[in-house]
Design a protein around this ligand. Structure first.
Ligand SMILES: Nc1ncnc2c1ncn2[C@@H]1O[C@H](COP(=O)(O)OP(=O)(O)O)[C@@H](O)[C@H]1O
Ligand SMILES: N[C@@H](CC(=O)OP(=O)(O)O)C(=O)O
Length: 453
């Protein structure tokens, strides 16, 4: 059985929804179809919630235009015989949504729990429409079987429980099962939660792994995984095949093709992933599997993690403080801060590592708290941080065999006047990293892409 996921761009318009219908109805027999909210809707739901919390009545116009968009779509894609029933269900949800916004407006406060409910409306509505549009389809509500648990201040999937519940849900016969992506409920409280922005891919992967799908198909608006972000590189090339590890690295370092946690569950079950284009369904797309193919490209792609911060903790720490490395990383791990591009020396920079800029303030505070005694005794100085960096990742299996590539990349960047703040070559066999000023990131990406593709 196939599991298919259609992203927001695929369910965002009348034309794209007609393509979705044709693709799903052309499948012989059973399939599970995970859908995102209509393209751009999740951003809109969040922006309107923030406006309401800021005591701005513009959220009322947002609700009006969201309503109009859904009604237009229903009028054009749902068969007349079901149109009124579907409209009623979607309008009932939109009326609940408006009441939530009214509440936020009145109390001028937007708790996370309320925002989580608000963003869930996108997938709840789109899945109702898609289920009504497709022949022999039934809607299966992921709020009942995708469960999360608390991990520090985040909600993360409880994969074991979710797998059991998915197996139970899809044990009873169905033909085409339509599932809202992204949304979930807390396993303890039952409160609505979600799997994080872009999380519909993850919903689909959890289902694919639980039902032992033959393939996980991610349907989007490009012909497959490209050598770089096509919005920056207009001659990016299609990569017909890559490994799970390569795709994981590219996505973890910013390629917005698959939500990074998606790959683990299917990787462990060795279920292939295909990236396909809803607007060009006959194109072969990108196949992601375990092992390399003979005509694979040596380098699969280049991605950018914008907004990264480099920390330099100084040689006094590594030279003079016992267990400084484990204390640093334990302190960060306890708050779920992920680090990358780590180096350690007894020289001036001591321990250096990068984090996403959204974690930079937390990182600074945690380090200061962890080493408060040493800081107050003057044994070490405050951590140095370099903000406004971007991290460029160049990815391909067997990267170590490609050792000349790194030298060529660095010489291209420096020849063109771009300073590299930190880099890593050879530490990973899959990925080389270059940290440079965020303002130079797109230019660096273009230069590296021209060099390698
Ligand atoms: N290396 C890449 N290959 C293909 N697409 C990429 C890459 N990097 C970034 N993208 C962008 O990712 C977009 C698809 O992601 P997204 O907009 O989240 O789609 P969806 O709505 O299907 O979830 C593409 O339209 C493309 O602009
Ligand atoms: N709608 C959610 C979940 C999602 O996965 O969307 P998309 O498939 O359009 O990236 C979001 O915007 O984050």
């Amino acid at each position: 059985m196939k599991v298919l996921k259609f992203g927001g761009t695929s369910v965002g318009s009348i034309e794209s929804l007609r393509n979705v219908k044709a693709i799903v109805e052309s499948i012989d027999g059973q399939a599970i179809v995970v859908v995102s909210a209509l393209g751009g809707l999740t951003d809109r739901l969040i922006a309107a919630a923030k406006a309401a919390a800021d005591n701005n009545l513009s959220y009322l116009d947002d609700v009006k235009s969201m309503t109009q968009r859904h009604i237009d779509i229903i009028d054009n894609v749902v068969d007349e015989s079901r149109r009124n029933e579907v409209k009623e269900r979607v309008l009932a949800l939109l009326s609940d949504l408006k009441r939530m916004y009214d509440g936020v407006y009145l109390i001028r406060h937007l708790p996370q729990m309320t925002l989580d409910i608000i963003v869930s409306f996108g997938e709840r509505m789109s899945s109702i429409i898609v289920a009504a549009m497709i022949k022999d389809a039934t809607r299966h509500d992921s709020l009942n079987f995708v469960k999360t648990e608390k991990w520090y201040d985040k909600s993360i999937a409880d994969q074991k429980l979710t797998t059991e519940l998915i197996k139970r849900e899809f044990f009873t016969p169905f033909v085409k099962a339509i599932v809202p992506g992204f949304i979930s409920t807390d396993k303890r409280t039952g409160d609505i939660t979600n799997l994080g922005r872009g999380g519909s891919d993850f919903t689909a992967a959890l289902i694919a792994a639980a039902v032992d799908a033959e393939v996980l198909e991610i349907w989007t608006d490009v012909d497959g995984f490209l050598s770089a972000d096509p919005r920056v590189i207009n001659d990016a090339v299609l990569v017909s095949h890559m490994s799970f590890i390569e795709s994981m690295e590219l996505c973890s370092y910013g390629a917005k093709v698959i939500y990074p946690p998606t790959i683990y569950p299917v990787f462990h079950k060795n279920i292939p992933i295909k990236i396909l284009n809803t607007f060009n369904a006959s194109a072969p797309g990108t196949l992601i599997t375990d092992s390399p193919l003979p005509d694979d490209l040596p380098i699969k792609g280049i991605s950018i993690l914008k907004e990264t911060t480099l920390f330099l903790l100084g040689g006094n720490l590594t030279r003079g403080v016992k267990n400084s490395v484990s204390r640093t990383f334990n302190a960060l791990a306890k708050k779920g801060v992920k680090v990358f591009n780590v180096t350690r020396s007894d020289g001036k920079s001591g321990l250096s590592f990068a984090v996403a800029s959204s974690d930079a303030d937390t990182t600074f505070d945690l380090i200061c708290r962890e080493f408060a005694p040493e800081l107050s005794d003057g044994i070490i100085a405050l951590p140095e941080r370099i903000d406004n960096l971007a991290t460029i990742a160049v990815v391909g299996d067997n990267m170590r065999a490609n050792h000349r590539t790194g030298a060529r990349i660095r010489s291209t960047l420096t020849r063109n006047g771009l300073a590299i703040s930190a880099f890593s070559e050879g530490a990973s066999d899959t990925t080389m990293l270059y940290m440079i000023a965020a303002a130079d990131a797109n230019s660096a990406l273009r230069q590296i892409h021209t060099l390698l593709f």
